[in-house]
Design a protein around this ligand. Structure first.
Ligand SMILES: NC(=O)C1=CN([C@@H]2O[C@H](COP(=O)(O)OP(=O)(O)OC[C@H]3O[C@@H](n4cnc5c(N)ncnc54)[C@H](O)[C@@H]3O)[C@@H](O)[C@H]2O)C=CC1
Ligand SMILES: CC(=O)C(=O)O
Length: 371
């Protein structure tokens, strides 16, 4: 199989879809890998390392996409990449289609086989290709939030951990999954007072256990969310309904009642955001203010720490890349129902229910198209 690894062109996205280690394994198995010039440079993988691992370095993104049977990326394609779509292309990457109908239409029109990292399931029913980046973004959310709480960045000028004689900041984490747990861990480590809200009571029990009762847990309902956001200096949004548009847990009215200079980091923004006033931002223009509350809503937070993130992401994605290369996409998906959950678009049909429901469109079960 010919595998294309283009350079990411989303704003300040410095990760890359395959490392030189992956190229070596693919090449040794007889596959050809085309890597666009400088695709890995910002993740500390120069072209030379790819070349030594067996890749062909190509200067033209169109050539990289056009010659490849499968393109392996990190982020969802942006408009400049839409002309590369075609019906015999397998695209393996984050897609986040639910809040992006424009991209969905383009993939459907071109009949691309679109396999989304974020909806692949493993045997434990977790999301193995989302987890590593949620770990990164969850940890980052607290350091970013702490920085925006500084006066110069528009925040209320509060030090997360406080000092002897002065209380720490109050961090409210909404969603106790991978993002939320990692955020809580870092916030606690920095000395903040942490409240975590989730709908799943069993998850709250686990959180209580993991943190030995040092995190205050709250069941998710609008009363509790209103109170916890009002008290918070920093709110971190990490809610997910896999593949679907995120529910708006924090309403505009709740934001208007928050402290002036408080900060919201809506990590769930890649799925549309769980805060009503959140809109997608980029690393070059990451924040804005609504009702005196600073909002940070970058859709590709891990792109800011590409060395760590590329390694963490590809550790998880590469075994799936290898399976597609070995078996072909259809057979690889057919053999593993959890992997088949990653199939979001196929032959002009939406094959992930969360995407179809979010866009109120027809859903086609992956099993029926993979026969
Ligand atoms: N902006 C960025 O750069 C990045 C964004 N993300 C996003 O962060 C979000 C969270 O991801 P994970 O933590 O991996 O998901 P997860 O599935 O591990 O956790 C989500 C949690 O939300 C909870 N939840 C669902 N509905 C809720 C409600 N109404 N109220 C409170 N909690 C509720 C679930 O019970 C679950 O514990 C996703 O949208 C993911 O794509 C992840 C990595 C990077
Ligand atoms: C998950 C995601 O959106 C990211 O890593 O950029």
């Amino acid at each position: 199989m010919i595998i294309g690894v283009p350079k990411e062109i989303k704003d300040n996205e410095a990760r890359v879809g395959i490392t030189p280690a992956g190229v070596k394994t693919l090449s040794e198995a007889g596959h050809k890998v085309l890597v666009e010039t400088n695709a890995g440079a910002l993740s500390s993988f120069p072209d030379e390392d790819y070349q030594n691992a067996g890749a062909e370095i190509v200067g033209d993104a169109g050539y990289c996409w056009g010659k490849a049977d499968m393109v392996v990326k990190v982020k969802e394609p942006i408009e400049k990449e839409y002309p590369y779509f075609r019906d015999d292309l397998v695209l393996f990457t984050y897609l986040h289609l639910a809040p992006i109908p424009g991209l969905t239409n383009k993939l459907l029109d071109a009949k691309v086989t679109g396999i989304a990292y974020e909806t692949v399931r493993d045997r434990q029913n977790t999301l193995p290709l989302l987890t590593p980046m949620s770990e990164v973004a969850g940890r980052m959310s607290v350091q970013v939030g702490a920085s925006y709480l500084e006066k110069e960045k528009g925040g209320r000028g509060i030090l997360l951990g406080g000092v002897p004689g002065v209380p720490p900041a109050h961090v409210t984490v909404i969603g106790g999954g991978v993002v939320g747990t990692n955020a809580a861990r870092i916030a606690l480590g920095m000395g903040a007072k942490v409240t975590l809200i989730d709908l799943n009571l069993n998850r709250l029990r686990e959180i209580d256990d993991i943190f030995n009762g040092r995190v205050y847990t709250l069941a998710s309902n609008s009363y509790n969310v209103a109170q916890a956001t009002r008290e918070a200096d920093l709110v971190i949004g990490g809610v997910l309904i896999p593949g679907a548009t995120a529910p708006k847990i924090v309403t505009r009215e709740m934001v208007s009642r928050m402290k002036k200079g408080a900060v919201i980091v809506d990590v769930a923004i890649d799925q549309g955001g769980c805060v009503e006033t959140a809109r997608p931002t980029s690393h070059s223009n990451p924040s804005y203010t609504v009702d005196g509350v600073v909002h940070y809503c970058v859709t590709n937070m891990p792109g800011a720490v590409p060395h760590t993130s590329t390694l963490a992401l590809t550790n998880a994605t590469f075994p799936y890349v290898m399976r597609i290369a070995t078996l072909g996409a259809k057979e690889a998906l057919r053999k593993d129902p959890g992997f088949a959950e990653g199939l979001n678009t196929f032959a002009g049909k939406i094959t992930y229910k969360g995407v179809a429901d979010s866009q109120q469109r027809e859903f086609t079960a992956p099993a029926s198209v993979l026969e």
